[in-house]
Design a protein around this ligand. Structure first.
Ligand SMILES: CCCCCCCCCCCCC/C=C/C(=O)SCCNC(=O)CCNC(=O)[C@H](O)C(C)(C)COP(=O)(O)OP(=O)(O)OC[C@H]1O[C@@H](n2cnc3c(N)ncnc32)[C@H](O)[C@@H]1OP(=O)(O)O
Length: 719
């Protein structure tokens, strides 16, 4: 867990050895304590260097240990003792120094950093604060404003920025450990008192209160309802107003309020869920660690609409040559100009040059014969997509992967019209594709493991969080959206307003309420899907009772909104009104209020007061209920996959963990009881009927999310 060596006859070299990130587990803390004791007591040792094995200094506390009882030497006294020791200690930082790892570096008297290393205090992203002295030492070293920014955002910084801020003593392109040993030998004769960061006086700005107030407002705006950044601000205030001995106590009190909170549990769950999602499996036994992805050097995108343009940018900026295809000259030219503009802006922001030389624009599918992979992003129309896939089958070389960006159509039906169904896979990007992190990789029953591995690995290369899902209408994300949207519109019928529902969801932590999100996405998309699926239009049986379709409750209000040409932000009118088409400032619209009143009186609905609790329960429990069905159907392999999809694709708040984790946090028994209650009140809404899996989990004593998989027995696993 830590190796102890004597080098250059007088330097104790302590190497943390806890792969993969040298986290400070109890065994590592124990080993550091022992090694330091040895070094400080051995008269041969004049100085100490601390480094990490395999080019990684330390990834911080072992997050997995947070879930159990605290064991082993506590970190604060261990770190205080290193700083107080009478022999100089040098941190040799390679790879990462994060969280507790950074705090370990801060108690060393000197810090030597490899130029590629990254440093930071990301605890806030895990719902806690840097409680090993980080909130007390960093402000003393670099001042309140810079420390506040780093601690409240959890941002990682480069070695160069760390040098500029005064956090580190030297940045090197050489082996940091070897340099640190030389450095340590030179430091032996120098006094240490000014190198003990906890003894420094915090440089305090004259307008401390105003500064803290401004940061508090900023944090509240950005992360509504999130506790950890506010606690971080209070801890940093202590560094400005108290001696270290008192400040460290305040830091630990604040940590105690966060440590066992639901938010901390949710955020730590998100950390691991994101990593779990990359570990896909198929019923055949093929999985992430036994399937080799192909290398993709060139790709083609068919369709330069919003999605296609975003995908071109995502590919080109990671160095993949892209051929972009459109059907008409004018569309091609418009798409080309927009892609170039997007790439240039992106490159400027990142301080690199735009990779325009990787792009080619064409009207001819014949140009695609040699590409490694094609992503079709044409209009969401099955007949059109089938024509494209048939054509691609003829044109592309036999080994080319054929992918579709459909947001819910049958991937296997598309595979079926090609000469290579095993090389067909869904790559469902989210709009705007160059910004949104989520990628659903849709595995058809015939997609080969190599095809899935390639799509997953390409997603990772583009910086996406890729989740493998099975093939069914809407896949995971959009399939779950239906019951969520349905509940929102039923609540409108019953007496709520779009503003009230959105506010309840935004107060819960969603980036955007459901109506604002629909306005942004465009209301015509869902309207078209409803027409195609026979819910509206000439196929509807005229004897059908109003507000019922296909044997269940149906709310026609969204159709009425679309009939008025209100398609959302792009038309300047939707559930809200905007200053202009494309405007983003949503204001309540009296016309919508009138429409709702007329609608209710037409159908004799007596509006009632609806509580925020009912809004949250009906929308979110219906959402999770569909998640349970998706698990039963084998469309998602694990609850973590569903949660990651909602966190990265649908704005579910991270401090809620995702719909499935949220359901487990509320308590499955309670979710079941509320769904039964709402289903009794609305028996014509099948989505409110508790799923068999939910009932089974409750009967098994409501195990934690990570154990649900053991209770899911599906005959039809797609994954
Ligand atoms: C009344 C109660 C009182 C309570 C009082 C409590 C007092 C407790 C005091 C404790 C004080 C502690 C203060 C310090 C806190 C911390 O340090 S919290 C941790 C901060 N660190 C981080 O957040 C870093 C997290 N890791 C990463 O960001 C990345 O992993 C990486 C280091 C940048 C490496 O990235 P990459 O190369 O892409 O690899 P990954 O796939 O992300 O990770 C590889 C595997 O390693 C696992 N892992 C990573 N970091 C940790 C960690 N810190 N702990 C445990 N495990 C970690 C990761 O999960 C991967 O494993 P698999 O999931 O098995 O794939």
């Amino acid at each position: 867990m830590a190796r102890y060596e004597l080098v250059k006859r007088s330097v104790a070299l302590i190497t943390l050895t806890n792969p993969p990130v040298n986290a400070l587990s109890s065994a590592v803390r124990h080993a550091i304590a022992k090694s330091m004791e040895h070094a400080l007591n051995d008269p041969k040792v004049k100085a100490v260097v601390i480094c990490g094995e395999n080019g990684r200094f330390c990834g911080g506390a072992d997050i997995r240990e947070f879930a159990g009882p605290l064991r082993g030497p506590p970190l604060v006294p261990l770190l205080d003792a290193i700083e107080a020791g009478e022999k100089p200690v040098v941190a040799a930082i390679e790879g990462v120094a994060l969280g507790g790892g950074f705090e370990l570096a801060l108690v060393c008297h000197y810090r030597i950093v490899h130029f590629k290393a990254r440093l930071g205090l990301p605890e806030v992203t895990l719902g806690i604060l840097p409680a090993a002295g980080g909130t007390q030492r960093l402000p003393r070293l670099i001042g309140i404003p810079a420390a506040l920014e780093l601690i409240t955002t959890g941002r990682h910084i480069s070695a160069q920025e760390a040098l500029k801020l005064g956090i580190v003593d030297q940045v090197t392109e050489q082996n940091a450990c070897e340099l640190a040993v030389e450095f340590a030998l030179r430091a032996v004769a120098k006094p240490l008192s000014s190198r003990r960061v906890s003894m420094l006086t915090t440089p305090c700005p004259p307008d401390l209160d105003a500064l803290l107030e401004a940061v508090t407002m900023q944090v509240k705006r950005k992360a509504r309802g999130v506790m950890a950044p506010l606690a971080c601000i209070q801890a940093v205030r202590a560094a400005a107003t108290m001696p270290y001995s008192k400040g460290i106590k305040r830091e630990s009190e604040l940590m105690a309020t966060l440590f066992n909170s639901g938010q901390a549990r949710a955020l730590q769950y998100c950390f691991f869920a994101q990593r779990t999602a990359g570990k896909w499996t198929l019923p055949s036994g093929a999985q992430w660690n036994n399937s080799k992805p192909r290398e993709i050097r060139s790709a083609a995108i068919i369709g330069l609409g919003t999605m296609g343009r975003g995908i071109v940018v995502s590919l080109a900026r990671v160095g993949i040559s892209v051929i972009a295809v459109e059907s008409e000259k004018k569309l091609l030219e418009t798409g080309k100009q927009m892609v170039i503009g997007m790439l240039e802006r992106d490159a400027k922001r990142r301080g690199v040059s735009a990779s325009l030389n990787l792009l080619k624009f064409t009207l001819s599918l014949q140009d695609l014969k040699d590409v490694d992979l094609v992503i079709e992003a044409v209009f969401e129309d099955m007949a059109l997509k089938k024509r494209v896939f048939q054509e691609l089958s003829k044109v592309c070389r036999p080994a080319t992967l054929l992918c579709t960006n459909t947001s819910g159509l049958d991937v296997d039906a598309l595979a079926g019209v090609t000469d290579r169904p095993h090389l067909v896979v869904g790559m469902h990007f989210f709009s705007p594709a160059h910004v949104m992190k989520l990628l659903e990789v849709v595995c058809g029953p015939r997609s080969s493991s190599e095809t899935i591995a390639t799509a997953m690995s390409l997603g990772k290369r583009m910086g996406k969080v890729s989740v493998a899902v099975g093939n069914c209408p809407g896949f995971v994300g959009n399939r779950m959206l239906k019951p969520y949207l349905d509940q929102a519109t039923f609540l409108l019928e019953e007496g709520a307003t779009p503003e009230q529902i959105d506010k309840a969801l935004e107060d819960f932590g969603f980036a955007m309420g459901v109506f604002r999100m629909s306005d942004l996405a465009g209301l015509d998309v869902g309207w078209r899907v409803r027409k195609e699926s026979g819910l509206i239009g000439p196929d509807v049986d005229p004897k059908n009772p109003p507000r019922r379709r296909q044997g269940r409750r149906y709310c026609p209000i969204p159709d009425m909104v679309c009939e008025q040409g209100r398609f959302g932000q792009k038309t300047g009118r939707g559930w809200y009104m905007y200053d202009k088409p494309g405007g983003t400032n949503a204001k309540p619209d009296p016309l919508i209020q009138n429409l709702l009143e007329m609608y209710r009186s037409r159908y004799g609905i007596q509006p009632r007061n609806i509580s925020d609790q009912e809004i949250i329960e009906r929308c979110l429990f219906a959402l999770a209920n569909e998640g349970f069905r998706i698990l039963e159907d084998g469309i998602a392999a694990r609850p973590e996959d569903i949660d990651v999809i909602y966190l990265f694709g649908y704005g579910f708040p991270r401090h809620g963990g995702g719909p499935m984790f949220y359901a487990s946090m509320v308590g499955l028994e309670r979710v079941l009881e509320r769904l039964e209650h709402y289903h009794q009140a609305h028996p014509d809404v099948p989505h409110l009927e508790p799923s068999p899996l939910l009932k089974k989990l409750v009967a098994c004593g409501s195990p934690p999310v990570q154990k649900w998989r053991e209770h899911i027995k599906t005959m039809h696993s797609h994954l």
